[in-house]
Design a protein around this ligand. Structure first.
Ligand code: PA5
Length: 446
């Protein structure tokens, strides 16, 4: 993985960047020493290097069981219990995975991440016809979206295959000792995996939260973890700023923020990275957006969105910067054919790979956007595979921890996500919310 920050440097005074860069070592050290805010949620820092071969073999065995029994595996979870596995699986799957006829791998679908009734009904139409299983992921076990979905899916599976068989096809990923899902898993005898107490949802992709679903999809979890382990070494406290990509990225984005660049747009040129951006948005949005501070994390899929958001990015308010994830080598080859009539005028591209066109779009866009006043950072990875994704994931996590400390917030809590839940429960008249129900009803009647 290679980080380039040169195209952002001219947008901040050298002194500012140097001053922020000087903070990174101390902030990285706080992650190591556990003396910073949110220090009870630092289990992710040395998570990659603590994962054993034996543990990965056990996860793989569980995944294999689901792979043998199921044509479809539903991953039920939301937020940090959802985005990590989806980001990795979508990046590695065929773009048209659901249409493949000779399948080696079960289809992995996602639910419990919304409360759309039609979404669930559409899912049930598919599941009715298929052998299916469920990975239910919830640390608390009480998250409404996920718990509601799981209740319905469990009932459906038990009716379809019987309680004993359903029990073999359900895997629970949850808290070690507490919570509704933990209790249910023990009672029903589901295979149970633990989300460590000291790892928050958005940092949990390398725990069973991500690993089981990633293995079920046929992806190599050992290579994923190896990539993360190498990045753990490359971003550690002993690595100086000039060689530490996490420190450099954290410093540059904070320096830009101090100079009015309030929105960071994560850009990809491979649509398979769409969910990697969704995962990244949660990681940075939930970690930094507090105390009325924080860069707003946005994302686009180029070149698609150049034909929609491209105008705003080129000429809108100059409060943005871009971070591009660039894939050096595509995994597949498609060559542009020659055409005798050349009515579309594209014969100048004949014989070239489609990726050569994509790369020139990328370079042309970078030049145009920098000319238009948009600072640009670039993260280049060799190719889309498990090893490189493991590196990318840990890089973003480490940089996020450093960046949050530079900003001066606790990067590991998320108090703001409770506000809507309180109102929703009051409106639904959940037991225990009687006073809140009265108050919110009175407000609505005003
Ligand atoms: O990052 C977080 O803490 C959240 O996104 C949670 O992961 C999400 O709300 C799901 O919570 P739970 O795993 O308890 O169902």
């Amino acid at each position: 993985m290679k980080l380039s920050i040169e195209k952002a440097q001219s947008f901040v005074p050298a002194g500012t960047l140097a001053a922020v860069a000087a903070q990174t070592a101390a902030c990285n050290e706080l992650l190591e020493s556990g003396k910073g805010a949110g220090n009870d949620f630092l289990g992710w820092v040395h998570l990659p290097s603590s994962i054993t071969e034996e543990f990965l073999n056990d996860v793989q065995a569980t995944a294999n069981l689901l792979r043998e029994k199921c044509e479809v595996v539903v991953v039920a979870g939301i937020g940090g219990s959802y985005l990590g596995p989806r980001a990795v699986n979508e990046a590695l799957a065929s773009a048209f995975d659901a249409y493949q006829t000779c399948r080696k791998n079960p289809i992995v679908v996602y639910a419990g991440n919304n409360i759309g009734e039609d979404y669930l009904a559409d899912l049930f139409d598919i599941l009715k016809e298929k052998e299916f299983g469920i990975i239910n992921i919830s640390k608390s076990g009480t998250t409404t979206e996920t718990a509601l979905t799981f209740r319905i899916l469990k009932t459906m599976l038990e009716e379809k295959v019987g309680k004993a068989e359903a029990q073999k096809r359900i895997v629970a990923v949850t808290d070690a000792k507490r919570g509704a899902l933990c209790t249910l898993a023990t009672k029903e005898g589901y295979r149970k995996y633990v989300i460590p107490d000291n790892v928050g949802g958005r940092f949990s992709v390398l725990t069973p939260v991500g690993l089981i679903a990633i293995a079920v999809a046929g992806n190599d979890i050992k290579a994923l973890v190896r990539g993360a382990q190498d990045m753990e070494k490359a971003t550690g406290v002993d690595v100086p700023y000039a060689e530490n990509p996490a420190a450099q990225y954290a410093a540059m984005r904070n320096a830009l923020y101090q100079f009015g660049k309030k929105t960071e747009i994560l850009v990809n040129y491979q649509p398979k990275l769409h969910y990697m951006s969704e995962w990244w948005k949660q990681l940075y949005g939930e970690s930094e957006g507090k105390d009325h501070k924080g860069i707003y994390p946005a994302s686009v899929d180029f070149t698609t969105d150049l034909h929609s958001m491209g105008q705003w990015i080129q000429e809108g308010e100059r409060t943005i910067f871009e971070t591009v994830i660039s894939i050096k080598n595509p995994n597949r080859t498609v060559v542009v054919p020659s055409d005798e009539e050349n009515l579309d005028g594209l014969n100048f591209l004949a014989g070239k790979r489609v990726d050569q066109v994509n790369k020139m779009a990328e370079l042309g866009t970078q030049i145009a956007h920098v000319d238009g006043g948009v600072p640009n950072m670039k993260i280049e990875i060799d190719k889309l595979d498990e090893y490189n994704l493991g590196q990318l994931i840990y890089f973003f996590e480490r940089a996020c921890g450093i960046s949050g400390y530079i900003l001066g917030v606790n990067p590991f809590n998320q108090p703001g996500v409770e506000a809507y839940k309180k109102n929703m429960f009051a409106l639904l008249e959940k037991p225990g919310y009687e006073e809140a129900t009265k108050a919110i009803k009175a407000r609505l009647a005003e």
